[in-house]
Write a protein that binds this ligand. Sequence first.
Ligand SMILES: Cc1cc2nc3c(=O)[nH]c(=O)nc-3n(C[C@H](O)[C@H](O)[C@H](O)COP(=O)(O)OP(=O)(O)OC[C@H]3O[C@@H](n4cnc5c(N)ncnc54)[C@H](O)[C@@H]3O)c2cc1C
Ligand code: SF4
Length: 478
Amino acid sequence: MGLPTGFLEIERKDRPYEKVEKRLKNWKEFVLPLPPAEIGKQGARCMDCGIPFCHNGCPVNNLIPDWNDLVRRDRWQDALEMLHSTNNFPEFTGRICPAPCEASCTLNIDDNPVTIKSIECAIVDRGWEEGWVVPLVPAKKTGKRIAVVGSGPAGMACAQQLARAGHSVALFEKADRIGGLLRYGIPDFKMEKRLIDRRMRQMEAEGVEFRTGVEVGATLSIKSLLEGYDAVALTGGAELPRDLDVPGRELDGIHYAMDFLTQQNKRVAGDDEARAAPRGTLTAKGKHVVVIGGGDTGSDCIGTSNRQGAASVTQLEVMPQPPERENKALTWPDWPLKMRTSSSQEEGAERDFAVLTKRAVGKDGKVEALECVRVTFDKGRMQEVAGSAFQLKADLVLLAMGFLGPRQPGMVEQATVALDPRGNVAANVVDYKTSVPKLFAAGDMRRGQSLVVWAIREGRQCARSIDQTLMGVTTLPR
Ligand SMILES: Cc1cc2nc3c(=O)[nH]c(=O)nc-3n(C[C@H](O)[C@H](O)[C@H](O)COP(=O)(O)OP(=O)(O)OC[C@H]3O[C@@H](n4cnc5c(N)ncnc54)[C@H](O)[C@@H]3O)c2cc1C
Ligand code: SF4
């Protein structure tokens, strides 16, 4: 275990950020790693609780106290092996996970949780630097062929687990590069894309075949996949964005967040403008930007707009402002609702809460302003505040109001799979089987819009179920 009195003797210390002025000048990651000795000290703060609540908070059930102790003892390679036993891609979660484990940590009762996410990231980053992360090539092949459709974190985790179990795996992706929202949603300043490329090379060496530019349900039919493969995993994400249903929505200058974010990630990847923005350039440069929606996607729009040189950025949220500090007695060890400020919001954005957009107004077909009204909530029912209408200057409006579920036309319709009441592909979390034999589903496509860490969990568990179904037994972990 950690030092028995470590949490009393050692202050919590987390990774610092590059200064705002400096980080706004480029698209690189700006979180500065802590030296290994400091990470060891932070690991020593862990109390190895009798009931490690951090485990429960972590969707992949990371063995947190164990690797905290291993870094404290300077056994980094063992820590890496333990970390990889539950998480295929800790370098992704170590950068972009909201860290529900830290919210659940016993030391969070007085706001000083173990820096679990930083320790995770340090272990895997060091593993790559030292050359400890190598392809795990299976000793023998099973002769089974499996198709995985969608190369986000769910598809990548599913494909990697299946390849390691000895199956021949083809990973199909409609985009030109693999990674799903890791590649084209999350900006480079939060997670550089070389990390996906590096994992892709590892997976290739383990036998995964990558087929980009193939849209299942359009360029390739589900029927042909079902005929050619022993099992098919659907991991196509929840791509249908929530729209803004107000007069003036058709004005030029109002766009879905993903259309805006994808373009910038392609530019950073080196694509020329024609390839990055085939339907026309979207840029925040010199514009008054309004982001509608207060979540991760909204934050990514703010960070991207500020780096592009926006004149101003305002973020609107329809829900009321949450409390500065949660009531621990009511919330711990669950994920609390509280006021959070993301690194992008910290870089510069006006935030306004309990605001409803009523209409977009403009001239010559271009948006110029949003008409809004303040709202209150009474027993969950929203009411407009009389006399509170106001106008907000807007040259670019980015819609970041969440996703409704998987797109139905194409693959989902063609697969004729049953859907759950929310429109996601129906499958349980025991066997991940859809209503159609041989077809499995995992990640956002099954659970709806969620987190990278949940996608990794589902991809791993879905792989286990496929292995069990095809082979009768499995040694893949749940
Ligand atoms: C802008 C943004 C920022 C986010 N930030 C965070 C964050 O900071 N932390 C976090 O934990 N989560 C974040 N999320 C959520 C997270 O990215 C998702 O929950 C996660 O990526 C879901 O993984 P997935 O593999 O299920 O699906 P996705 O990542 O959506 O991948 C699905 C893939 O399937 C492909 N596909 C779909 N249909 C087909 C088809 N018919 N044929 C071939 N390919 C197909 C798509 O092109 C896509 O590449 C963010 C989401 C967004 C939109
Ligand atoms: S809850 Fe916190 S202190 Fe307890 S074992 Fe987990 S990381 Fe360590």
